[in-house]
Write a protein that binds this ligand. Structure first.
Ligand SMILES: [Ca+2]
Length: 397
């Protein structure tokens, strides 16, 4: 009874809010009509009134943009969608990050570009299509990108996500590679960003080969991006692939160097150590996978191999701050989806070590400002894990 009453009053509040918003929108359109009709005379008084109307229009419009309501769904769709490009080497955590984004209504993925990494490029493309199929989003275009690092120095991703990248749990009904676009990944990235200047955020959860090639083909590419969100690199020389190197950076150090030194858009980085410090308890993972949905069953199947790998002696050594559930790529994805998720960042110049016997591929953080770089990146330090859990749960609903 109490619940019912509360529900009723919540509905009343929502209805009142809707009515208030309708009034605001009516005001917006009236003001727009008045402005479009033009001034009758040009007395100072009229001019002042017109300025007021424009100011009101701008304020009402801004306020409307923030409401994210369905009162005028067409208008809302145009102004509030978050446009993403996602560059992946589709292992299990890339799949988790993609599923997180695909489950959020105000996120629009304009394209998924594939790159070498966790597994072969062909497997990466296949894996992305499998994820899109289970999420019922096969309409999203998938593009084939670089098959190797810029200098072709192969660093194995090991067997953490299985040989095929998705836990070696193949699906005989998987969509075929004929669904992959003819256009190459790098030219698609450049074209899509050209068509939506200043609006697209690029989420890169793989070796940065495609992203580096994009700036080399089109030097104006970074300034047309809204932001770049990277999973990769490290802050404390903790390696998970080489002694000091995180996989995505160690797999193509030159590409990581180019991206960190040539991308002038806002850059947010979820580093290896950060993801380890932000791990979730395995109990959360159990509840997450126990959801009664096709997506949860799919995840349970592809994640089994990595969950087992996490217990190995080698992975135990790689993990910073102990055991737990770490969906590395999802931490970078959450940053672009939820504006309130990032709690604390460090604003620093960074680069990548390209030489050295042990440190090639390591991210270097310039705490002393000795590199004299004007462009600094935001290194994620603390995030709202409750919001992150909500996004994770939602991914498999
Ligand atoms: Ca990845």
């Amino acid at each position: 009874m109490m619940g019912k009453k509360r529900k009723g009053s919540e509905e009343e509040v929502r209805e009142k809010e809707k009515q208030a918003k309708r009034v605001k929108i009516t005001d917006v359109f009236s003001a727009a009509a008045a402005a479009a009709a033009g001034p009758r005379t040009h007395s100072e008084e009229d001019e002042e009134r017109e300025k007021d109307e424009y100011r009101e229009l701008a304020t009402a419009s801004d306020s409307f943009k923030e409401t994210h309501t369905n009162v005028c769904s067409h208008f809302t769709t145009e102004v509030s969608m978050k446009k993403l490009l996602v560059d992946v080497d589709c292992g299990v955590d890339d799949a988790q990050a993609l599923m997180m984004a695909l489950a959020v209504p105000d996120v629009q993925i304009l394209g998924i570009t594939c790159v070498h990494g966790n597994t072969s490029l062909e497997n990466v493309c296949k894996n992305v299509l499998r994820v899109l199929k289970v999420c019922k989003h096969l309409e999203i275009p998938v593009y084939r990108g670089a098959t190797k690092a810029l200098l072709e120095q192969t660093v194995s991703a090991g067997d953490f996500h299985g040989k095929d990248g998705l836990g070696d749990a193949p699906d005989p009904q998987a969509p075929g590679l004929e669904l992959v676009q003819k256009e190459g990944a790098v030219s698609a990235m450049i074209r899509i960003v050209d068509e939506n200047p200043g609006e697209v955020s690029l989420v890169a959860t793989a070796p940065l080969t495609n992203v580096a090639l994009a700036v080399k083909l089109d030097p104006s590419f970074p300034k047309k991006l809204k932001g770049l969100y990277i999973m990769g690199g490290n802050t404390d020389s903790r390696g998970n692939t080489t002694v000091c190197g995180e996989y995505n950076f160690a797999a193509d150090p030159e590409a990581a160097y180019i991206v960190l030194n040539e991308f002038i858009c806002p850059i947010y980085i979820a580093t290896w150590e950060f993801t380890c410090h932000s791990k979730l308890p395995w109990e959360f993972c159990d509840g997450w996978l126990a959801q009664d949905t096709d997506k949860a069953r799919f995840m349970k199947q592809i994640f089994k191999h990595s969950m087992k790998s996490s217990q190995s002696e080698r992975i135990e050594k790689e993990l910073v701050a102990g055991q737990g559930f770490i969906s590395c790529d999802s931490y970078a994805m959450a940053a672009v989806i939820d504006d309130k998720y990032i709690v604390e960042t460090e604003h620093r110049a960074v680069t990548v070590e390209l030489a050295g016997n042990h440190c090639r591929g390591m991210m270097v953080v310039d705490h002393l400002d000795l590199l004299k770089k004007t462009h600094k990146v935001y290194i994620l330090k603390k995030v709202d894990l409750e919001r992150f859990k909500d996004l994770m749960m939602n991914a498999l609903k």
